[in-house]
Design a protein around this ligand. Structure first.
Ligand code: ZN
Length: 896
């Protein structure tokens, strides 16, 4: 491809799909070191990421776009470093989410899941999965994800199901899994337990209901009590007061009567009761409140469950049996009013527990469930981070991780759903024994009866995703992949699932494999809208990444997300930024086209050794510094900052300055043109390599064109030591060379040239001189006179001076009549435009600024600073002072 055939503007629409196919078909997404291959080298340490498996029901959102972009950046970077990389993709079966979705779909057909039965329902769910399950992974491909799709997994595929079974049986055999009644969160419409993490608390208006608990044996006397959920009165088994509360001393040990039901329950003392809250007396419903549950256990109280699975009242509610929980609340309160037991209702803000999935109010209930005894697992996961075997980035999340694991409760792993890994426990109807085995049994392990039935429940989704980093590689089999690629390297995911998922992988990884599943946990924040607000459908501020990619291209979206991110912090996503980064992709494209045309026109070899211009030396030095900085920033997970610096270099230094100077250097022809083309190629090539992990498509497309042009023209870059690689995705990451000592001086010299040119540009803008008009000029500089003389052509060219009428002087005693002027870094610039009153004002205010700087520096240098600060720092300040003094003299001359 040449400049002529390379489109004028970058067309991402025709590029992205074609390149993705090209990478995939050439096997670039696979590890360069295949543990099943003949050339396998087990000594090469691989870089492995397991993708956070999106829900199979998922549709691409900005959160996915963030983690895919970030992980792809890490993978592409390591791949270019020559490290064998593996990024394992896959999806999660997402128990509740999928079951709800299929149930809703069936509802449209007028079918209830109970009518289909378990098997029929699962059949329909698998059908759904086959049809739509790959939608999300295809959307992920659009982001440029270089995952090894031949290793794609699903949390309910055969291998992963075996892993789940193995994990359950091992924990059971170790006594780390048990079944028992515990307080859990119950979701009535889904009719399943949900984890603490899946409950969200929302502040909502409600009431505090005050009523009378009548003393059983003291007619007319009562204890006033308040509750937010009157229906739970039906399950009360005690009334508690603080042991030191004098108001209630006389009632301790006496009984009170449960309203309407007429049951007698005791008045007990417990220090948990807050004397200041409400009336200081608390009704205790151990079966429907987590705190009451604890009190119930301590006082050996009866636990009366009053709810059915669908949150209607059960037989313990006497005449209220069968009523909905909220209807019961109203009816019972009305009945109590009629019975004269009501005191008052007071408006009160409630903290209502709602299911993260369905949004309905969750009921604390006592229910018989399966649990993992978590403490022994949590201890190991804590130690791994405390002892530095796994590092959390950013570090501040380490504390959060400790805190959570130190206060962890046993994990309820059973869910009353159909879609998921069914609990591998069989109950014997004859002897009551439990059979827990790796293969489905046909008889009871104790009495060999055939009368056995499997537990109806399935496992919490996080049970299988907790095994993800190793189950996807073949565990419990010791496959070559498991042996080589495990443990993985970095776990990159949203900070919001540190507990849901990351902590569980740590616990399971250490328990089952004896190894930390990854050495680094890198957390990113949430993606917010441009104003920093959470995206939500109700607010209407949701950004759809698919539409953004359609409108601006994948590279623009990726670059915006990556450059906007710092570890652990939330990122604001604005379409204006995406648009600006689309413009950056175009800038890169245009610069690339210019370099290609230069390669085609320049001589293909040199007659002599290079004679570098200042601009050449400067851009080489700047590029080398950038490569060193980028490397350092990448090593420190500062990907966003690295992206910003590459952007600034490419746009600010290369495109705006060097390319402009190169245009003149190329017209000189001969060796000058050859070495200029070399420099252009070198900077372009290295920039594309560094940008590739951020913006893979535009860089690959351009790089291919660059390489083809160079090869076709027979252009042999003098700096290149190896052949061109087959594709940028597998090209070598550019490495900074050692600095040679001359760099700082060249950078400083070029900066002085830039200062003069910029100052004159500003002056011209103020004087409203048309961009294409050149003017005569005088530049006065004591220190840089020789440099400016040498670089006169560049200054004249970029500064828009008539080269033959540009004078460069050491001194000027009198300002030229009818000229206007400006000052920059100790140099004065004059152009022949009459001075106005405003100019005089401007110069005077500049002089005032310079004057105050001189005073500041003189004070500083006469203080302790001059003795205490390191010599180079002091020297720098002295030089600054000298420069300001020179500026001052120049301004004085100009003002006459
Ligand atoms: Zn049996």
């Amino acid at each position: 491809m040449t400049e002529e055939t390379l489109a004028k503007a970058y067309d991402f629409k025709s590029t992205e799909q074609r390149l993705y196919k090209f990478w995939d078909e050439n096997g670039y997404f696979k590890s360069s070191n295949d543990p099943r291959g003949a050339q396998f080298d087990p000594t090469k340490k691989p870089f492995v990421i397991s993708i956070p498996p999106p829900n199979v029901t998922g549709e691409l959102h900005t959160g996915h776009a963030m983690f895919v972009s970030m992980e792809d950046l890490m993978i592409r970077y390591h791949r270019m470093k020559g490290i064998p990389t593996l990024w394992v993709p896959g999806t999660d079966h997402a128990g509740i989410a999928t079951q709800m979705l299929v149930e809703r779909m069936l509802a449209k057909e007028g079918i209830k899941r109970d009518e289909l039965g378990r098997e029929g329902f699962l059949e329909r769910t698998w059908e759904w999965k086959e049809k739509y399950g790959s939608r999300i992974t295809h959307q992920i491909r659009r982001l440029g994800a270089s995952c090894d799709w031949t290793k794609e997994r699903f949390t309910m595929d055969e291998g992963l199901s075996t892993a789940v079974r193995e994990a359950f049986v091992r924990l059971y055999e170790k006594g780390l899994i048990y079944r028992g009644p515990r307080m859990i969160n119950w979701s009535p419409s889904l009719r399943t337990a949900v984890s603490d993490l899946e409950v969200e608390y929302s502040e909502e208006p409600g009431f505090l209901y005050y009523f009378k608990y009548m003393l059983a044996d003291l007619p007319g006397e009562y204890i006033a009590v308040a509750t937010t959920r009157p229906e739970t009165i039906l399950g009360d088994t005690a009334l508690a007061v603080h042991p030191e509360d004098e108001r209630y001393q006389k009632y301790l040990g006496k009984d009170v009567i449960v309203p309407i039901l007429g049951r007698r329950i005791p008045v007990i003392a417990d220090e948990y009761v807050d004397r200041e809250f409400g009336t200081g007396a608390v009704k205790i419903t151990p079966a429907h409140d987590p705190n009451d549950y604890t009190i119930g256990l301590n006082h050996n109280l009866e636990m009366i469950n009053i709810l059915n699975e669908d949150a209607t009242i059960n037989e313990n509610g006497a005449q209220y049996a069968g009523m909905d929980r909220f209807d019961c609340r109203k009816k019972l309160w009305d009945d109590m009013k009629a019975a004269g037991l009501v005191i008052k209702e007071q408006p009160y803000t409630l903290n209502v527990p709602r299911s993260q999935r369905g949004g309905e109010i969750v009921e604390p209930m006592i229910s018989t469930q399966w649990f993992v005894k978590i403490q022994p697992l949590a201890d190991k996961a804590l130690a791994a981070v405390k002892e530095g075997r796994t590092k959390i980035v950013p570090e501040r999340f380490t504390k959060v991780y400790y805190n959570w694991l130190e206060n962890i409760r046993d994990w309820c792993i059973s869910r009353q759903l159909w879609w998921g890994h069914r609990i591998p426990v069989w109950y014997c109807d004859d002897c009551g024994a439990l059979t827990v085995v790796r293969e489905d049994p046909t008889e009871c392990s104790q009495c060999h009866s055939k009368n056995i039935r499997q537990d109806e429940d399935v496992l919490d989704t996080w049970f299988s995703s907790g095994l993800w980093p190793f189950s996807t590689l073949g565990w419990p089999e010791e496959t070559p992949e498991y042996k080589y690629f495990y443990p993985t390297a970095t776990m990159e995911t949203g900070a919001d699932i540190l507990f849901f998922w990351v902590a569980r992988m740590m616990m399971f990884g250490l328990e089952f494999t004896g190894k930390e599943p990854f050495d680094t946990i890198y957390l990113h924040g949430l993606i917010l809208d441009e104003k920093g607000q959470k995206m939500s459908k109700t607010k209407g501020n949701v950004v759809d990444p698919l539409i953004v990619m359609d409108d601006y291209g994948t590279d623009a979206l990726r670059f915006t997300l990556l450059v906007g991110s710092t570890p652990g912090n939330d990122t604001n996503l604005s379409l204006k930024k995406v648009e600006a980064n689309r413009n950056f992709a175009n800038k890169v494209w245009n610069a690339g086209r210019f370099v290609i045309s230069a390669l085609e026109k320049a001589p293909q070899s040199a007659q002599a050794d290079p004679q570098w211009t200042l601009a050449d030396s400067w851009i080489w030095a700047r590029l080398n510094a950038l490569m060193a900085d980028t490397e350092r920033l990448f090593e420190n997970y500062q990907y966003g900052e690295a992206g910003r610096q590459i952007y600034d270099f490419f746009w600010g230094d290369f495109a705006d300055w060097y390319v402009e100077i190169a245009k003149t250097q190329l017209t000189a022809g001969g060796d000058r043109a050859f070495y200029t083309a070399n420099t252009l190629l070198r900077v372009m090539d290295a920039s594309l390599r560094m940008l590739h992990p951020f913006t893979p498509f535009v860089t690959e497309e351009l790089w291919q064109a660059l390489k083809n042009t160079a090869q076709k023209a027979g252009f042999k870059p003098f700096y290149q030591t190896s052949e061109w690689e087959p594709a940028l995705i597998v090209a070598k990451w550019p490495e900074a060379g050692e600095t040679e000592g001359w760099e700082e001086e060249k950078i400083a010299q070029f900066a002085a040239i830039q200062d003069v040119i910029r100052a004159n540009r500003n002056l011209r803008a103020e004087k409203k001189i048309q961009p294409n008009v050149k003017t005569p000029g005088k530049i006065v500089s004591q220190d840089n006179c020789d440099l400016f003389k040498q670089e006169k052509a560049t200054i004249a060219d970029l500064g828009k001076f008539e080269i033959d009428n540009l004078e460069i002087l050491k001194d000027l005693t009198e300002a030229p009549e009818g000229w206007t002027s400006t000052v920059s870094s100790g140099s004065a610039i004059y152009i022949p435009v009459p001075e106005s009153a405003e100019d005089k004002k401007r110069l005077e205010s500049e002089m005032a600024v310079v004057q105050s700087q001189i005073e500041r520096l003189e004070k500083l240098l006469s203080s302790d600073f001059a003795n205490k600060a390191p010599a180079p720092v002091v020297e720098k300040e002295r030089a600054k002072l000298a420069e300001f003094k020179e500026s001052y003299e120049k301004l004085k001359t100009q003002l006459g």
